[in-house]
Every structure is written in C-alpha cells, then in structure tokens.
Design a protein around this ligand. Sequence first.
Ligand code: ADP
Ligand code: AMP
Length: 217
Amino acid sequence: MKIVLLGAPGAGKGTQAEVLVKKLFLPHISTGDMFRAAISAGTDLGLEAKSYMDKGQLVPDEVTVGIIKDRISQADCREGFLLDGFPRTLAQAEALDTLLAEMKTSLTAVLNISVPADRLITRLTGRRMCRQCGAIYHLLYNAPQKENVCDVCGGELYQRSDDKEETVRNRLKVYETQTAPLIAYYQEKGLLHEINGDQPINEVMVELGQALGQKWS
Ligand code: ADP
Ligand code: AMP
C-alpha cells in the first residue's frame, strides 16, 4: 500500500502513523522528521530547513521533493510506504505523481484527518516529543506516565521550537493557503478518504482501518 496521510498541523498524522506503520509493516516517511534529523546532524540540508521551519514556513519544493525522491526510490519502499507531512503543496503532489508514474506505480489511498481549526492550537502547543525516539505525547490528551520521560525508551521529552503559539498560528495559515487545496486535488482523483480526527486516538485508528479495508479494533 502506498498511503498519504493528509491533515493540518496537529491533526494527528504522526500519532496515527506510529501505529499504522507497525500494523501494515510499511516504512514511515515523515519529511518533518527527516528535516529534524538533518538539523540534529548539523548538515547543510538541516541548516537550510531550519531557516524556514523556525518561521513556520514550508521548506522549498525543490528541496523537499529531492529528499522524497531519494527516499522512495530505496528498496524498502518498493512494496509500499506511508507518507506523513508530504505532499504539502500542489507542486509537491504533482511531483509525487510524476515520480510514482516513473516507477510504474501509483498511490493506493489518501487519508485526510480533519480536526476543527480551534482545536489545533491546543494540540500543538501541548505537544511534547521524545528527543531520543521521536514518540509523540500531549500534556493533556496523551500524557506520559512519568512527567517529561518517554514511556517507550525513557528519553527526555521536549517542546518543538515551532510549537510555540506564534509559529503555530503561522503554520496554520500556511496550511490553509498551500496544503488545504490538496483535499480537492485527491478527491478529484478518487483517492480521498475523510477521517474524523476529532475523537480519541484509538477511535481515529479504527476509522483509518475501515478506510483501508482493514479490520482492527
Ligand atoms: P501532526 O503529525 O498531524 O502534526 P501529531 O500526531 O503530532 O500531529 O499530534 C499533535 C498533538 O495532538 C500531539 O500532542 C498528540 O499527542 C495530540 N493528538 C494526536 N491525536 C489526538 C487525538 N485524537 N485527540 C487528542 N489529541 C491528539
Ligand atoms: P511536521 O513535522 O510535519 O509538522 O513539519 C515541520 C516543518 O517541517 C513544517 O512546518 C515545514 O517547515 C517543514 N516541512 C515538513 N514537511 C514539509 C513539506 N512536505 N514541504 C515543505 N516543508 C515541510
């Protein structure tokens, strides 16, 4: 299966992706995670990406499409993959279609996780991530058992610098203008499934399963 998870920042893409990829045995490809890894490694890509991420802007399409091209042409993606946070612009969606056509394949499904805009700010400002393994938490909705400590690996939890309220507001504007048009793009292609993201994490997972023809509870 070749799946795209679509949705505003804070909709729950990363949270659902963590579980979905284990259930479906797919590589999890998150452009945001790839940029954060490049920033930690101090590479040129990281330096460039950081200058946009800190302002809540999108990293330019040429850069982002380039890293996706390299990643999905790797052997572990031949049978399928889960894209999380890519594509985010029409140009990226068209580039992805071209890349997949060159590989003589196409997308299986696009899952659009919808959450009312007024919930997204609380979700993003309360998000905490594990510095070590990248697991996602929320101070209120998905709190770790021990404050500031990852349940999975014991790593330290931190707040992403782009999850500060001012940057979050900009990211949500960028989503509305640049990414939301992808909903109509994929609807026209008959690939879109609407998922209600405004319900408990486990229930969102059940809806995702139904959309993918999987029976899990
Ligand atoms: P995205 O990857 O779409 O930006 P995340 O998966 O990182 O979103 O989720 C954003 C925040 O919302 C995180 O703190 C996460 O724990 C929390 N969250 C995710 N799904 C839900 C949900 N269904 N209900 C409440 N909070 C959620
Ligand atoms: P995310 O982890 O998906 O919330 O992404 C964090 C940030 O990384 C975004 O606000 C962008 O600055 C950048 N980013 C991630 N994915 C993309 C993409 N597909 N196109 C452009 N920028 C991206």
